[in-house]
Design a binder for this molecule. Sequence first.
Ligand code: ADP
Ligand code: MG
Length: 273
Amino acid sequence: MTEETTFHHGDPKDQDRPIIEMKNIEKHFGRVIALAGVSFDVKPGECHCLLGDNGAGKSTFIKTMSGVHKPTAGEIFFEGKPMHFEDPRDAISAGIATVHQHLAMIPLMSVSRNFFMGNEPERTVAGIKFFDKKHADAVTMEEMRKMGINLRGPDQAVGTLSGGERQTVAIARAVHFGAKILILDEPTSALGVRQTSNVLATIDRVRKQGIGVVFISHNVRHALAVGDRFTVLNRGQTLGTAKRGEITPEELQDLMAGGQELAQLEGSLGGTV
Ligand SMILES: Nc1ncnc2c1ncn2[C@@H]1O[C@H](COP(=O)(O)OP(=O)(O)O)[C@@H](O)[C@H]1O
Ligand SMILES: [Mg+2]
């Protein structure tokens, strides 16, 4: 049997084959070694959390995954084949979508207009192309409804939505335009409790559609609420990957803080951290 027939669509083994596999990724900026050999993969329908303190290399790593940076060394396999992204467009057309904390959206423009920004549906009337507003509006309302957000109407301005709802618009947009891997860079770090739980619920919905989610956070509780696997980065290196249930919040927190440093801090504060 060939690889192809072993992993035909719907085969339970499909679930175990990563969509993307990053092997021993290094990234140097001159003499700064931002990544010193990081391996990470994402399977369909899982939420793989990437945790680490400021400067650990999280953003550099996902920029390598999304075609913004070329790795200095290491290999990327996408759906089992070696992949070289020349620029972010290559990664986007392969199905790797990134939602940044600071979203690229225009607050005064409608949700529908933002949803289709750069992907405007066109309708041709008498040889002239028009933005197909009716179609865009209907799709936007439906996609947002599926994500649990009932817009007042498609013309509602993005600026009137809460931070969590805007994140959801960006996520719904990525899903609608065919993301296989959805990278979320600190989507909850600027949100309050309720907004955070809405975004975590959105991540859960997306994952259940078979999309692989990369969730970057430095909040252990947010990660544990939705994560299937947890990889901790520290100064450009992986401290390890744990599965849900294999690690306690305390252990994860400790790893993230670099273990030792936290122990020292606890010591100096009399064990109150
Ligand atoms: N374009 C760059 N040029 C030089 N150094 C960089 C660049 N991008 C990131 N770095 C360095 O790489 C390290 C990791 O940064 P980053 O990936 O942003 O970490 P994180 O997202 O985990 O906070 C830091 O020391 C940072 O200063
Ligand atoms: Mg960062």
